[in-house]
Design a protein around this ligand. Structure first.
Ligand SMILES: [Cu+2]
Length: 280
């Protein structure tokens, strides 16, 4: 990780070769992944050692006949109950509260940017509420695969300024982003490795996923030394024959750049005013 301060966690994630980090909560996830590797290594060495010990201890030359009674003490049962109790504590005391804090405690919408992202075979439809902050009406009857993939009803005043894009997600940096995930057909999965975010999009459900991107695309290009760097939305569920080409791109902008982009989109909508009649 170039530019980030080196802590023990960073060293572990460098060593594991994780993608560059670009969201505020990502450090915690990386440190968890790092520690899990350390614990698994300890378990591997422990169990591997035990295995080697049993090979020697119960070798054939010393025990030519198997002992059908086996172990008589109850210590291994107690040990297993102990392991189950510790795992119960990890689940109830750590895993569930951390999930509640990180995933369920979604920031208030007025402090965040809400974006609707709808997966379909094989693309990501992105929709912004526009300056009015209200998502306009959609109607399944208005869906047109190329001209209006979300069935947006431009006759609804709230829908007039809604901005839609295909496979292009523009986000301002350092602001909570709430992505409301949906799917038009099968299960897809919205995954952006640099944001340490991955969530299934399931038909019939609207699933919120939130994060705060904190490195703009331009900054990341300098950091990685790759002038063509792009954040990529990779569909992380095998969703059909075209799954391999279901990729979108995220452009993280500064707040001003994002406003400029939104204004340009509004100008485009005004120019396309005539299209309203086509969609009606
Ligand atoms: Cu997909």
């Amino acid at each position: 990780m170039v530019g980030a301060p080196k802590s023990v966690e960073n060293l572990m994630t460098d060593w594991l070769g994780l993608p560059a980090l670009a969201a505020t909560h990502g450090g915690q996830i990386d440190s968890l992944i790092g520690w899990i590797h350390v614990f698994m290594f300890v378990l591997f060495v422990g169990w591997g050692g035990f295995f080697a010990y049993t090979l020697v201890r119960f070798r054939r030359s010393r025990h030519p006949v198997a002992n059908y009674l086996g172990v008589k003490s109850h210590s291994s049962s107690y040990l297993e109950v102990g392991v189950a109790v510790v795992e119960g504590i990890l689940l109830v005391g750590f895993a569930i509260p951390i999930w509640a804090a990180r995933v369920d405690r979604i920031p208030p919408e007025h402090d965040a940017l809400v974006v609707h992202v709808t997966g379909e075979q094989f693309a990501w439809n992105v929709r912004y509420a526009g300056p009015d902050g209200v998502f306009g009406r959609t109607d399944i009857k208005l869906i047109d695969l190329t001209a209006n993939p979300l069935g947006l009803d431009r006759s609804d005043p709230a829908a007039k300024d809604d901005v839609t894009t295909l496979n292009q997600l523009y986000l301002p940096a350092n602001k909570p982003i709430i992505v409301k995930l949906r799917s038009k057909d099968v299960i897809h999965s919205f995954g952006v490795p640099e944001f340490r975010v991955k969530q299934d999009a399931i038909p019939g459900l609207t699933i919120p996923v939130w994060f705060v991107p904190n490195v703009t695309t331009a900054e990341m290009r300098t950091r990685t030394g790759n002038p063509e760097f792009q954040y990529e939305i990779a569909c992380a569920q095998l969703c059909g024959l075209g799954h391999y080409r279901m990729r979108g791109f995220v452009t993280v902008l500064t707040d001003e750049e994002f406003q400029t982009w939104m204004e340009a989109e509004q100008a485009k909508l005004k120019d396309q005013g005539a299209l309203d009649d086509v969609w009606k």
